[in-house]
Design a protein around this ligand. Structure first.
Ligand SMILES: NC(=O)c1ccc[n+]([C@@H]2O[C@H](COP(=O)([O-])OP(=O)(O)OC[C@H]3O[C@@H](n4cnc5c(N)ncnc54)[C@H](OP(=O)(O)O)[C@@H]3O)[C@@H](O)[C@H]2O)c1
Length: 355
């Protein structure tokens, strides 16, 4: 059997850490050898996650004893480390690992925003590793695949930005829509808020209800604006607003744009289909079919649906992803695959977790 590449995971107890454990458990090219948590150090993974027991790789992963996050130990044992920790924490660990020659995929926001002042304004913390901002590659393979292959440090995209940027890219690259009139109306399942205890994400606060949050000030706004501005070749400011769905996983972004000239649904659909023809993890649905979170649940797919309101000259783009898989941990593994010379799709989930 070919030897698999040893990787580590900082933050195994969070939702993205848990999802990384799920994806890596079925990965034929990567072997998880270190998993850290400050609160659960000393326990076997099979105790934290009973799904990590049984025959073969599942059982082997379950035997891993969770350790304290220690860059020296991670560097001595891993070729690449996933950071599934909050922003600000990630930047310090990333710098320590890179210093020791280890590749890093950071799931936090710490290296996504290229401009230090913009990061500090939206995240209200000082960026202490600004020298690494120029080097970090934004890990959306559909836009930056070749750069990801050569990278030491990946800024893994945010969940909402993944859905919004993939939804808008074809229209902006081709100048199809007005850049001053974009509204992203996005909805996420509750796992997007992380696993830490908070009243706002308790079952009784979320179940059987639906609400907006962080209107006009969500931290993913500058990340989306940065990437869509690069796609359009001009500075774009847009309206990005978020809602909390009473489901555990999934994001649906409904993006309202204004067409620059009268365009039919067939024409827009042809443009989107051509843009994503060679991108196996983006599915442009047949004209008239709209995406649903359940068809991408637990998978790496981004499903895109389109509608043209000819009466108002609007193109409405719908983009569905799983926030923890495509929007975080699955995408992190796709990036790791590319950085380590594996096929991008190796070990990625593609069949949905059905209800
Ligand atoms: N949830 C999503 O859908 C999603 C999507 C995309 C990106 N992200 C980003 O991914 C990162 C992780 O998100 P999450 O939702 O998995 O968060 P989470 O559920 O809150 O988990 C955070 C993890 O980080 C560890 N941690 C916290 N502080 C730490 C520190 N100072 N040093 C070392 N480890 C620390 C925690 O374990 P201990 O406290 O036991 O050490 C825990 O395992 C965040 O930056 C988040 O913004 C999340």
């Amino acid at each position: 059997m070919t030897k698999r590449i040893p990787v580590g995971l900082v933050g195994v107890t969070g939702y993205t850490g848990m999802e990384l454990a799920r994806v890596l458990a079925g990965h034929p090219g990567l072997e998880l050898v270190r998993a850290t948590s400050r609160s659960e150090a000393g326990k076997k993974l099979s105790v934290l996650y009973p799904f990590l027991s049984g025959p073969g790789d599942l059982g082997r992963m379950g035997e891993i004893v969770v350790s304290q996050p220690d860059p020296a130990d991670l560097a001595a044992n891993c070729k690449l480390v996933f950071l599934a920790v909050p922003h600000k924490t990630a930047m310090e660990i990333a710098a320590a690992l890179l210093d020791k020659g280890v590749k890093v995929v950071d799931l936090s926001a710490d290296f996504r925003i290229r401009d230090k002042a913009t990061y500090e304004k939206w995240y209200a913390v000082e960026h202490t590793q600004a020298a690494l901002l120029a080097e970090a590659v934004y890990g959306l393979p559909e836009l930056y695949r070749d750069k990801v292959r050569a990278a030491r440090l990946i800024a893994n995209p945010g969940c909402y930005p993944t859905s919004a940027i993939l939804g808008l890219a074809p229209a902006l690259e081709k100048g199809l829509v007005h850049t001053g009139d974009i509204v992203i109306d996005a909805k996420s399942g509750t796992s997007g808020a992380g696993r830490k205890a908070a009243v706002g994400t308790l079952y009784c606060e979320v179940a059987d209800s639906f609400r907006a949050y962080n209107l006009t000030k969500h931290r993913h706004t500058p990340e989306i604006e940065q990437e869509v501005s690069l796609l359009a070749g001009e500075d774009i400011a847009l309206s990005f607003n978020t809602h909390l769905l009473p489901i555990s996983r999934g994001i649906l972004s409904t993006i309202y744009t204004r067409l620059n000239k009268p365009t039919t649904l067939a024409e827009v659909h042809a443009l989107y289909a051509a843009r994503y023809k060679d991108q196996p993890l983006v599915r442009v649905l047949p004209a008239g079919t709209l995406p649903e979170t359940r068809w991408v649940r637990g998978t790496m797919f981004c499903d895109i649906g389109l509608a043209v309101d000819e009466r108002l000259g609007r193109l409405i783009i719908l983009s569905a992803i799983d926030n923890v898989c495509r929007g975080a941990s699955g995408q992190a593994v796709a990036n790791a695959n590319l950085m380590l010379g594996l096929d991008e799709l190796t070990g990625l989930p593609t069949a949905p977790l059905m209800p």
